[in-house]
Design a protein around this ligand. Structure first.
Ligand code: KIV
Ligand code: ZN
Length: 387
């Protein structure tokens, strides 16, 4: 593998937008696409042009406006889909058609009532159709996660021979274990003779909560593109979360040796923009971008964190554009945290005062989920009067 750069293929505007309630209009899609480009993603999957006139025009308008990133449109292995995608992408500086078909026996029989031989022919054919319009053609072997590896290798070899520049190995149902997904990539690297002519891509769903781990395992075993979404949005339990894979690769750059060109300082602002635009809240405990990702609430953690931040934080919030770390006061908090928060409000109490205040604080905290600044001020003033 020539380079250790991992290409970030963002599919927030396609797989992410498939989430019920997350549909975007063209204006919203353009705004997000511009921000994704500024964030530093390499490929923006802008939509599925044949799916609706609105999505066609979103892909077309995004193609006109994006300067550096590749703009990609999704299709099925259907000639008309590919013609329509090519039309929507005609203004793109770097157009890519993403076409493909299901390759697992479950899809071949259950969805297409077909045979492996027929699907292999259709796979080659769709890449050839797409090649008539663009140089950059990505093929997806849908449900590759549950596809027999020998057959998958044949499909991958055939589509590369037909001109695919990128081959996507989706774990469409989020079924694979990280070791299985990694082994699948390794098998393809070792058993597809023309594999050096294409990039392998990870597209993992999160049905078992393994999408990030699977994508990282895919890269360790030879893939060089990760398909992901902001906030992990996507069908059912979602897709690989962009902020997670970017930060895993960054935090472990020394051991793994991979890099992306995403500006990590934009991760939190980007997450908020997507959440606001799609009106889809982010779970508070979400890694990197959740409201609690840099909050400390138990006494043991707070004490350690206040002595040295790295005892309980592996990422500086500044590196991911998050607000500063928070010391949250609950009935599980300790004296150091109480003293710290009082000091932030301008009360510099000595140890005996803090001990006395702590008992009163616990009484308040036992009745509240979180003790706020107003409660602290009241406790402090009362203490000063009584002292
Ligand atoms: O999950 C999947 O397999 C997909 C393909 C269309 C790439 O989203
Ligand atoms: Zn998907």
């Amino acid at each position: 593998m020539a380079d250790n750069k991992v290409y970030i293929f963002d599919t927030t505007l396609r797989d992410g937008e498939q989430v019920p309630g997350c549909k975007l209009n063209t204006t919203e899609k353009i705004e997000l696409a511009l921000q994704l480009e500024t964030l530093g993603v390499d490929i923006i999957e802008a939509g599925f042009p044949i799916s609706s006139p609105g999505d066609f025009s979103s892909v077309e308008e995004i193609s006109k406006i994006i300067k550096n990133a590749t703009v990609c449109g999704l299709t099925r292995a259907v000639q008309k889909d590919i013609e329509v995608a090519a039309e929507a992408l005609k203004y793109a500086k770097r157009p890519r058609i993403h076409t493909g078909i299901g390759t697992s026996d479950i899809h071949i029989k259950g969805k297409f009532n077909s045979t492996r031989e027929d699907i292999l022919e259709r796979a080659k054919q769709c890449v050839k159709w797409a090649k008539n319009f663009v140089d950059d053609v990505e093929f997806y072997a849908e449900d590759a996660g549950r596809t027999d590896n020998d057959y998958l290798a044949k499909v991958v070899e055939a589509v590369i021979a037909a001109g695919a520049t990128v081959v996507n190995i989706p774990d469409t149902t989020g079924y694979c274990l990280p070791s299985q997904y990694g082994a699948k990539m390794k098998f393809l690297i070792n058993n597809v003779p023309n594999i050096d002519k294409a990039i392998l891509s990870c597209h993992c769903h999160n049905d078992l909560g393994l999408a990030t781990a699977n994508s990282i395992e895919g890269v360790i075993n030879g893939a060089r593109q990760i398909e992901c979404t902001i906030n992990g949005l996507g069908e059912r339990a979602g897709n690989t979360s962009l902020e997670e894979v970017v930060m895993v690769l960054k935090q472990h750059e020394q051991e793994l040796g991979f890099y992306t060109k995403v500006n990590s300082k934009m991760l939190n602002p980007m997450s908020r923009l997507v959440s606001d635009t799609m009106r889809m809240p982010v779970q508070p405990n979400k890694a990197i971008v959740g409201a609690n990702a840099f909050s400390h609430s138990s006494g043991i953690h707070q004490d350690g964190f206040l002595k040295s931040a790295i005892t309980y934080e592996i990422i500086d919030p500044v590196d991911v554009g998050a607000d500063t770390s928070k010391i949250v006061l609950t009935a599980r908090s300790g004296r150091s945290a109480l003293a710290f928060r009082l000091k932030n409000l301008g009360y510099d109490f000595n140890r005996n005062d803090v001990d006395a205040l702590y008992e009163k604080f616990l009484q308040v905290a036992d009745h509240k989920k979180e003790v706020q600044d107003a409660d602290l001020k009241e406790l402090a003033q009362q203490h000063l009067v009584e002292a």
